[in-house]
Design a protein around this ligand. Structure first.
Ligand code: NAD
Ligand code: DAU
Length: 349
């Protein structure tokens, strides 16, 4: 009998990499991808595995108690890997309530259903979270699992809140849970509202490259496949009630990253050196913009033997190549609503 695992948010960026990994690597699991297909969810991300015998897609909203309960009542759900979320900081500034609904309420709805009907004796509820719950760093130091929570954006406040609910369900109801907090991911299939695919898209279309503030903020970038392998390790070997930080040990100042991208794109697009960098435009900073994120991943490395598999130069080039050779994917996701989103956020900066 296969173990049935619900992966939420499997049509999104990271979720699609996790679903693909689990479907291909674990034929002994039956994977249900539960996703509401918001603007960020795209079944095109999973075309290659949609016919797999151990895979099933269910369109459902995690805030819909009746739909979520119906699933957990009717199927013997071994475990949940929960990635569904509103994930973009800028959208959380213009519309915080969606983040409370999906990230906080949705997480509690899922845990209630798993607690009532799931296989809590043998399985677990895994909450995939972010390093942004820790707030911001100065020039020195890194986030560890004991860094106090200090979220600064509505997005990170909603993720911090859901982390607290997950921990509280472990303490109060003995729900078997595990949490991981990861740094910025990059890779294929990322919606072009996020820095790297947005800049690639704009360079291709010779549009301005909007760098927030002075471009001095720092992020710790991890290849999405390495996040998926960390999720695999935490899901299978992590200890219940524990948190694991995941990061790439790969800090970049935004402006340096954008310059690197311009340099590679110039060469790939056959442009003169320095051509794409002329598009860089400094725009009004993001409100409450966290200065620096950096992860100390020594716990997951020592306890679970995880480490990133690719260096940044290799992962970054693979990523750029993917966007350049998937023009149709990029055009599809940037048509329609994306245009008005972009106009609203960037035209007045
Ligand atoms: P994403 O925005 O690309 O995808 C989110 C997915 O969730 C989409 O498929 C969307 O349709 C689905 N979804 C949204 N609301 C839903 C709802 N109410 N019901 C059901 N499905 C819903 O996000 P991502 O970047 O892939 O992030 C996935 C998870 O990983 C999130 O929980 C995020 O907080 C976390 N995370 C992301 C990063 C990163 O760099 N992107 C880093 C660390 C942690
Ligand atoms: O750290 C993990 C988090 O990383 C995840 O939890 C979030 O879901 C994910 O969106 C990401 O958050 P960031 O806000 O760091 O990512 P974003 O790609 O939006 O921005 C990266 C940096 O680039 C940040 O300092 C803001 C800056 N930026 C972003 C955009 C979209 C710009 O300068 N210009 C832009 O147009």
């Amino acid at each position: 009998m296969k173990k049935t695992i619900v992966i939420t948010g499997g049509a999104g960026f990271i979720g699609s990499h996790v679903v693909r990994r689990f479907v291909n690597k674990y034929p002994e699991y039956h994977i249900i991808n539960l996703d509401a297909l918001t603007y960020a969810g795209n079944l095109e991300n999973l075309r290659d595995i949609e016919g797999a015998e151990n895979y099933e897609f269910l369109k459902a909203d995690i805030t819909n108690i009746a739909d979520v309960e119906a699933l957990f009542k009717s199927r013997n759900i071994h475990s949940v890997i929960h990635l569904a979320a509103e994930s973009h900081v800028d959208r959380s500034i213009s519309n915080p309530i969606d983040f409370v609904m999906t990230n906080v309420v949705g997480t509690v709805v899922l845990m209630n259903a798993y607690k009532a009907y799931g296989d809590t004796q043998n399985g677990r509820f895994y909450h995939v979270s972010t390093d942004e719950v820790y707030g911001t760093l100065g020039d020195e130091g890194k986030f560890t699992e004991t860094t106090p929570y200090s979220p600064n954006s509505p997005y990170s406040a909603s993720k911090a809140s859901s982390d607290h609910f997950v921990r509280a369900y472990h303490e109060t109801f003995k729900l078997p849970v595990v949490i991981s907090n990861c740094s910025n991911n990059y890779g294929s299939h990322q919606f072009p509202e996020k820095l790297i695919p947005l800049m690639i898209h704009n360079i291709k279309n010779e549009k301005a490259l909007p760098v927030y503030g002075k471009g001095e903020n720092i992020r710790d970038w991890l290849w999405v496949e390495d996040h998926a392998s960390a999720i695999d390790a935490v899901f299978h070997q992590g200890r219940n009630g524990e948190t694991y930080n995941i990061g790439g040990n790969n800090e970049w100042k935004n402006i340096d990253l954008v310059h690197k991208l311009c340099e590679i794109m110039d060469s790939k697009l056959g442009k003169a050196a320095g051509e794409s960098a002329k598009l860089i435009t400094y725009v009004t900073d993001r409100a409450g913009h966290d200065f620096r994120y950096a992860i100390d991943a020594s716990k997951i490395e020592a306890e679970l033997g995880w480490k990133p598999s690719v260096n940044f130069a290799e992962g970054f080039e693979k990523t750029i190549d993917w966007y350049l050779s998937n023009d149709e994917w990029l055009s599809n996701v940037t048509s329609g609503n994306y245009q008005s989103y972009y106009e609203n956020l960037y035209s007045k900066r």
